[in-house]
Design a protein around this ligand. Structure first.
Ligand SMILES: *Cc1c(COP(=O)(O)O)cnc(C)c1O
Length: 456
């Protein structure tokens, strides 16, 4: 092929060059293999296959190497478009998909080098100050598009331990044809998170459940299996089992690569992991050809994957409460997608994925160390990611490890301030929230939820 000058052609022509081979429909199959294949649209609307399996794309076509070599000449919108286009297929017209992406990505994703071997990728510059904003905003806009000429409303159910509900509430506010019902455990989310969930109104309802996050999740699952509800309404989920929430997280790894690939080589990502949606999306980006040396799954003491990589035994456990609470997951729902990507080949997976687990004390010390050594204030989740980088660099000192800073430190104010012995400044949009009135409906049992949904 003759040399192709990327810099002198328009965005549209760049896209045509890169994706000319993929304008067809993308099919998704259920990982339980007992349900029919569906298109992107159905996978998004249903969230989970009828056999309760997670959907997975039927094929993954790598992008051209030139795209990654020249990535710094592409805008974030163009990069995201190239990454996600094949997974959406013909279900959304290209121009609409571009607008959806542009609206989704209306904030920054900066990489900050702490030294020559460690950087942080800050994913908390969106409206709710945690990384889940991108997936939630993308999914909301896809659903709105699919629902534009339907009379049947979609009711999106979300169980949250804090950040997911906030991101989904903010992402879905004001969307016509979509109602959002958020279940959160009473007294177990931070004040800021509760305000983010309960003060929006409009098409967003918050249900305050007497119980734990696991209880909320169980109520959502029961609703999905309830034939009476299924007859009455189209239920969907906005947890990371939904492909429209999961796949846009690929963008982060590409945006980071764009910023540092000319400065550093042998790039590794350390991803603070709970349900393993984010790291699984990073591994998808690598399948598309993103030149990443290895992934590190950084865990708190909820370490089923760390143990699996040591012993080859996958043993889910009830979750343990930690200071990095968004990662308190005892049975990560997306790990099965990683297994599928590697065709259950343990040896190949281990070549590309390491995992380490850290205690709350180690996490607090890491926050203090980063503050003293680099004058950087991290939240507890980012701190677990930082510890993962340090563990990796112990073995591979020449690599450059980027840890994902998944939440703004102000979201975990007391823990951070107690760890670094300094005050943390609170962003203005959060301060404004604190004066707003909380509106939530209390519930105790599944029957309460069902009655609530049927009268909506
Ligand atoms: C959700 C969340 C995580 C974990 O992400 P997964 O995709 O579930 O692995 C990590 N940090 C924060 C702040 C989160 O909100």
């Amino acid at each position: 092929m003759p040399a192709f000058d990327f810099l002198s052609v328009s965005a549209d022509i760049k896209s045509m060059y890169l994706i000319a081979h993929i304008t067809k429909k993308m099919n998704y199959y259920s990982l339980n293999k007992q349900a029919p294949n569906v298109s992107f649209k159905q996978a998004v609307v249903q969230a989970l296959a009828p056999d309760r399996g997670l959907y997975f794309p039927e094929n993954i076509s790598p992008l051209k190497k030139t795209f990654f070599d020249q990535i710094e000449h592409f805008s974030n919108t163009e990069i995201a478009f190239e990454a996600i286009k094949q997974f959406v297929g013909s279900d959304i017209p290209e121009n609409t998909l571009r607008s959806i992406i542009e609206e989704t990505l209306s904030f920054d994703f900066p990489v900050i080098a702490l030294d020559d071997h460690i950087s942080t990728l800050e994913l908390f510059h969106g409206p709710t100050l945690a990384f889940k904003d991108v997936g939630a905003r993308f999914m909301a806009r896809c659903l709105a598009y699919f629902n534009q000429d339907h009379n049947k409303e979609v009711t999106v159910l979300v169980a949250t331990s804090g950040d997911t509900g906030a991101a989904v509430a903010s992402g879905f506010i004001g969307l016509s044809g979509v109602k959002v019902v958020i279940l959160y455990p009473s007294g177990k989310v931070s004040d800021i998170q509760e305000k983010q969930l309960t003060t929006l109104g409009q098409n967003i309802s918050a249900l305050e459940v007497k119980g734990t996050f696991d209880d909320c999740q169980a109520m959502v699952k029961t609703a999905f299996l309830d034939p009476e509800l299924q007859n009455q309404m189209q239920l969907s989920s906005a947890n990371s089992i939904n492909v429209a929430r999961w796949l846009p997280q690929m963008f982060y790894f590409m945006f980071a690569y764009k910023q540092i690939n000319k400065k550093f080589s042998d790039i590794v990502f350390s991803v603070p992991s709970g349900n393993f949606g984010n790291i699984c999306a990073g591994m998808m980006a690598q399948q598309l050809g993103l030149p990443i040396r290895r992934f590190v799954a950084s865990n708190n003491k909820n370490n089923v994957v760390t143990k699996y990589l040591l012993t080859q035994l996958y043993q889910p456990k009830p979750s343990i409460q930690t200071i990095s609470n968004a990662m308190d997951v005892g049975n990560p729902s997306n790990f099965i997608r990683i297994q599928e990507m590697y065709k259950n080949d343990f040896g190949r997976l281990k070549e590309n994925l390491s995992s380490y687990s850290f205690s709350d004390d180690e996490t607090r010390s890491a926050m203090l160390e980063m503050y003293k050594q680099y004058n950087y204030v991290a939240d507890p989740h980012g701190a677990v990611g930082y510890l993962g980088c340090k563990a990796h660099l112990n073995k591979y000192p020449e690599d450059h490890c980027v840890f994902l800073e998944t939440a703004h430190p102000a979201k975990f104010l007391t823990i951070v301030e107690d760890s670094i012995h300094e005050k943390v400044s609170i962003p203005s949009n959060i301060l404004m929230l604190m004066d707003k009135e909380k509106k939530a409906t209390k519930m105790v049992s599944y029957e309460d939820l069902k009655a609530y949904l049927l009268q909506m």
